[in-house]
Design a protein around this ligand. Structure first.
Ligand code: ACO
Length: 429
């Protein structure tokens, strides 16, 4: 029998249907609440609010489960790679050989960006935040493909396959250009024969007449890093992409907004903040224990710990931690930050404050170790997250665009300002 929920306001009761998801998640369908009762729901931070139905990603935060299109992140991490997982997330199925080849070719052959965009890049001050530049460049990219960024939903959908491949490909070129520009080095053009992560490392670190060589498996580690970040349900940046898309805005504009949302230290910016925190702990000679005390007293925040959804280990953090350790060993790096990170993790996992609040390491806690080993500067870490998250943002934009019932996202509020007041002329204030 279909479940119902009853809401009683004063002496009047109202019945609402209960929606059940594929994995038995339950929601009270309150779409007609305001019409029926004159009341709205209040849920600042949206911790209890389902903003959409989605077929893309499932997370059970209590059990530490993450699945993209039904495939567990552990299985994808073991058998798949970024571009295949990107296809899966965007189109819903693992690609056949032909589908994968076509997708790969479209990505490989569209890695260049228009030379006029190079001039645009030069206009930014040398020390600009890479995330500010990336967001601007991605929106600007759309102006070079007006047919794909028309804000006419039907037309944008007709060009969707190309727009998706262009964005996945060019975000990587733009990221490398940002780095080369900031460090005053000439741009290195992409090589079609290299796989996704390898081409990125080539554009970042090759020199004229001297191609980048990977002797430590960093290309694979980076591919895994991108894959683990590929989609994560209705997080802050993905919800932003959906919010912007809901107005009918094109894919480029929606994703540019997603990059801005990701930038914040409570979201993607946490991977930068973790390394800054570890460096600071190292600088002060603390083994981590003082910092833990400060985090418990509210004087500091243990960056890379805690999550709105996971009340258990973030499954991505386990994989990233393992890979980070493997890379550090293989490269023979003595990174004191890794030791501090391990101390912090052990101390937190055995401390009542963190245990009671169910605070576990999230994906950002160890990912910086891999990025540092790959030679990526710390201020580029969140850009790396953005490259990885591209498929998820694209898939969520597509889900909105293909849904004929999709409505503009427009929450309501509880107004707490002044009542109506008469205007006071300036000489009487
Ligand atoms: N260090 C210390 N205490 C923490 C931390 C932390 N990292 N995270 C949460 N807490 C505490 C809060 O102070 C609060 O304590 P209280 O109940 O005594 O007031 C309790 O745990 C609940 O925390 P909230 O802030 O209410 O949790 P929320 O779901 O709003 O925030 C968030 C989640 C933003 C991820 C938070 O845990 C945080 O700031 N973590 C550090 C930043 C970070 O790593 N962000 C990356 C998230 S993953 C991602 O976006 C890729």
């Amino acid at each position: 029998m279909d479940k119902k929920a009853t809401i009683t306001i004063e002496d009047q009761s109202y019945e609402y249907p209960v929606m059940v998801g594929t994995e038995n998640e339950h929601a009270i369908d309150l779409r007609s609440l305001r019409k029926d009762t004159g009341h709205i729901t209040f849920d600042e931070g949206y911790g209890n609010t389902g903003s959409c139905e989605s077929e893309i990603t499932f997370i059970d935060g209590e059990k530490g489960i993450l699945r993209n299109r039904g495939y567990s992140i552990e299985e994808l991490a073991e058998h798949s790679f970024f571009i295949e997982t990107a296809y899966l997330i965007i189109y819903g199925e693992l690609p056949t050989n032909d589908e994968l080849s076509a997708f790969r070719l479209n990505i490989a052959h569209n890695a260049n960006v228009h030379t006029r965009l190079e001039n645009f890049m030069l206009g930014f001050p040398r020390r600009s935040s890479p995330m500010a530049v990336l967001s601007s460049m991605l929106n600007a990219l759309g102006t070079y493909y007006p047919q794909m960024a028309s804000n006419n939903r039907q037309q944008d959908l007709e060009y969707f396959d190309d727009a998706a491949a262009f964005l996945i490909s060019k975000v990587r070129t733009l990221a490398a250009m940002i780095y080369r520009n900031q460090t005053g080095q000439p741009y290195i053009y992409p090589r079609n024969d290299l796989h996704y992560a390898g081409n990125f490392l080539h554009m970042m670190f090759s020199e004229p007449y001297h191609d980048y060589e990977d002797r430590s498996g960093l290309t694979n580690a980076l591919d895994l890093f991108f894959m683990l970040h590929a989609d994560h349900e209705q997080n802050c940046s993905t919800s932003t992409v959906r919010m912007v898309a809901s107005s009918g805005a094109n894919l480029f504009a929606s994703i540019s907004a997603g990059v801005c949302a990701l930038w914040g230290p409570l979201h993607g910016g946490a991977n930068t903040a973790v390394v800054r925190m570890l460096e600071e702990i190292y600088r002060t000679g603390d083994d981590g224990s003082k910092f833990i005390e400060n985090a418990k007293n509210g004087k500091a925040k243990l960056m890379g710990f805690g999550h709105r959804v996971y009340k258990n280990y973030d499954p991505r953090a386990k994989i990233v931690g393992r890979v980070a350790e493997g890379i550090v060993q293989k490269m023979g790096i003595k990174d004191p930050l890794l030791d501090i990170a391990k101390n912090l993790e052990q101390a937190a996992l055995n401390d009542d404050y963190f245990v009671e609040r169910k605070l576990y390491p999230n994906v950002d806690f160890y990912s910086g170790i891999i990025l540092k080993a790959a030679g990526i500067p710390v201020d580029m870490f969140t850009v790396m997250f953005a490259i990885g998250r591209m498929p998820g943002w694209i898939a969520n934009w597509r889900e909105i665009a293909l849904n004929p019932a999709s409505r503009i996202h427009r929450p309501r509020q509880i107004y707490t300002g002044s009542h109506l007041r008469p205007y006071v002329p300036i000489d009487q204030r």
